[in-house]
Design a protein around this ligand. Structure first.
Ligand code: UDP
Length: 411
């Protein structure tokens, strides 16, 4: 396993975006955890929402005085093919695990678990990839409770995948899911619901100087913000449904021939499917000069795209939470999203954006047309969106809830 390099963070900097009393509560929760060492384990240092969350949660916990480490598993594509199948199965359509795949999973998680040598008092395992380390954790840290933080959409898991994962989850001390509808889907001794959050002070989410925005807009040429822009930012993954977004765009284009579509994505280190999906999306988009398929963009570019687009779309078929929705809403950009997983928690239909049935690409396209045509509605939705995220989906709120859970689990 390896430790990713992390930026320095200061909780005091969040004062401006945090309701009265929360920072004090965070400090007193942290004081009570002063002698506790916490370890977070996941499977990628970059790409995707879990890495995005840990990059803020870990340094801020440290700044609060809680001794917190983050270790990322070392593994190759064979392992990630297996864990992607588990992930897909939990979301409802995975390739069944063969005995050979299970053997790979056990061997790689065991090797990684054998490398844990710190004296931790609490271990937080993110998603199913590291769950196979439980035997090693029992051996090395027999007194440390284990929390399983599941970021996946558990609306309709496949029984075989669920059974494989349950063999591990019923041995942890506590589970955390992102939406109450997922709570009864997994077998853990107890569960909590914690909504994820965005970090308003990162390069991706902070406000930017007009010159920075202008320079980044130039870099995105031939995409032009002088004509309407619809954007989706997601890993290239079948669940993110870039093909559905393309269909919605084509429908919208019948009314708005000047509409452009930016499909922006990166490849997470633990997602071997990404390249193949990217190639299929790029091929499908090739004939339309108004569709821009962009990869490996900087956080500043993502920030500018979310900020400057007229509408952001998130047409996922499953979505544990979908940080990209709150990221866009925070930048006052309305979002058209499907009614799956964590998306309806974030979009207040008709106030901050629109919710659409995941199968109804025409309805998604119609919502885009309506928003693009109406500057006032976009501005009003944008203001509502900013407040909605400020109230519910900023980092200090999530951190407070996590520290409360850690305190209870250690009690
Ligand atoms: N992201 C990014 N560049 C990309 C695609 C995604 O920086 O090209 C980021 C995005 O801004 C968000 C995270 O990756 O912070 C994706 O998190 P989300 O919860 O939306 O989805 P996940 O990938 O975890 O399923």
């Amino acid at each position: 396993m390896h430790e990713p390099s992390l930026p320095d963070r200061s909780i005091a900097a969040y004062d401006r975006v945090t309701p009265t009393g929360r920072l004090e509560r965070l400090h007193s929760l942290a004081d009570a955890l002063e002698d506790v060492r916490i370890l977070h384990v996941n499977s990628t240092a970059a790409g995707g929402g879990v890495a995005e969350l840990l990059r803020s949660i870990v340094p801020l916990s440290t700044d609060l005085g809680i001794d917190t480490d983050w270790l990322v598993m070392d593994a190759d594509d064979d392992f990630f093919e297996v864990t992607k199948a588990i992930h897909n199965g939990l979301q409802g359509s995975g390739q069944p695990l063969t005995e050979a795949m299970k053997t790979t999973y056990r061997a790689v998680t065991d090797e990684n678990g054998a490398e844990i040598d710190g004296e931790y008092d609490l271990v937080v395992i993110h998603d199913p990839q590291p769950l196979g380390m439980l035997d090693r954790l029992d051996e090395r840290l027999p007194d440390a409770p284990v929390v399983w933080r599941c970021h996946i959409d558990l609306t309709e898991p496949e029984p075989a995948s669920l059974e494989f994962v349950t063999g591990y989850t019923r041995r942890v001390d506590h589970g955390i899911v992102s939406r109450s509808a997922f709570e009864d889907r997994i077998d853990v001794p107890s569960t909590s619901v914690v909504y994820p959050s965005i970090d308003p002070l990162t390069e991706k989410n902070r406000s930017l100087a007009p010159e920075t925005i202008a320079a980044e807009r130039d870099r995105l040429d031939p995409l032009s913000f002088d004509a309407p822009v619809l954007t989706q930012i997601s890993r290239f993954d079948p669940w993110k449904d870039q093909f559905g977004t393309l269909e919605a765009y084509r429908h919208a284009k019948e009314e708005r021939p000047d509409l452009q579509l930016a499909l922006v994505g990166g490849m997470a280190g633990d997602d071997p499917e990404g390249l193949e999906v990217y190639e299929r999306v790029a091929r499908e988009a090739m004939d339309d000069p108004n569709v821009h398929v962009l990869t490996d963009r900087s956080d500043t570019a993502v920030n500018v795209l979310q900020r400057e687009s007229d509408v952001v779309m998130q047409k996922s078929l499953r979505e544990g939470f979908g940080l990209v929705v709150s990221e866009a809403l925070w930048k006052r950009t309305p979002v058209v999203g499907s009614t799956v997983g964590g998306i309806p928690l974030q979009i207040d239909d008709g106030r901050t954006g629109y919710l659409v049935d995941p199968d109804d690409t025409d309805a998604a396209g119609d919502r885009v047309v309506a928003l693009v045509a109406d500057d006032e509605r976009r501005a009003e939705f944008g203001e509502n969106a900013r407040e909605h995220v400020r109230e519910q989906f900023l980092l200090p709120r999530q951190l407070e809830e996590l520290l409360e859970i850690f305190t209870a689990v250690l009690d």
